[in-house]
Design a protein around this ligand. Structure first.
Ligand SMILES: CC(C)(COP(=O)(O)OP(=O)(O)OC[C@H]1O[C@@H](n2cnc3c(N)ncnc32)[C@H](O)[C@@H]1OP(=O)(O)O)[C@@H](O)C(=O)NCCC(=O)NCCS
Length: 170
């Protein structure tokens, strides 16, 4: 089954190939999830590998994982260990995506389960997830991992209706 691995040079080309798949599918590629114009591959990897410690302005400590089967990256998931007002309103503690060609096989459900089981996440009381009310696959992924619906609200800065869920851990 799927395995969560830390970003590495060995997996980088498969990861970047997944990001190309998002672009080809006209999906949003979030800033910071690909190398910036001035960033080398090495610096990009270092940034992802050290996201717990070396923070740029406005960042909170986080871990980034790549979900892998047979050395192929199928998805990415990141967990932020702290929340800012900005993240409470939109973004929450956890973000994830699955390669378009690998969807509907249970990978997101498994990735979220695995990230909730990591020792660092287990130290948290609860995690907040935000999601569009139209994103049926993500809503099911959250509910299957014991997510509790909290509320829905319009987020002005994103111009988006947003659902909020909590997963309690202790
Ligand atoms: C949301 C996303 C991560 C789901 O990934 P996935 O690997 O396809 O999800 P899973 O296979 O674990 O499916 C979870 C549930 O959603 C259902 N599902 C999957 N795709 C679906 C779709 N297009 N429409 C409705 N339900 C869907 C599955 O059947 C499953 O429910 P079930 O167990 O009751 O059958 C993926 O669609 C994606 O990357 N979307 C773009 C990025 C995104 O929206 N990220 C989340 C932001 S909150």
């Amino acid at each position: 089954m799927i395995e969560l691995r830390r970003p590495s040079a060995e997996l980088l080309s498969s990861y970047l190939d997944m990001m190309e798949e998002f672009r080809a599918n006209n999906e949003k590629v979030w800033e910071g999830t690909v190398p910036s114009e001035t960033e080398s591959s090495r610096d990009f990897l270092k940034r992802l590998q050290n996201s717990e410690l070396h923070l740029s302005q406005g960042d909170v400590p986080s871990s980034v994982y790549w979900a892998v089967i047979n050395e192929r990256v199928m998805g990415r998931i990141s967990i932020r260990y702290e929340l800012t007002e900005y993240l409470i309103e939109f973004g929450g503690n956890i973000g994830y995506e699955v390669r378009p060609s690998a969807r509907g096989k249970g990978f997101a459900t498994e990735m979220l389960k695995l990230v909730l089981e990591t020792p660092q996440t287990q130290k948290m009381k609860q995690v907040l997830l935000t999601c569009s009310p139209d994103n049926e696959a993500s809503i099911k992924t959250i509910l299957k991992n014991k997510g509790e619906f909290v509320r829905t609200a319009f987020v002005e800065r994103m111009k988006r209706q947003t659902n909020y869920y909590l997963i309690r851990l202790s």
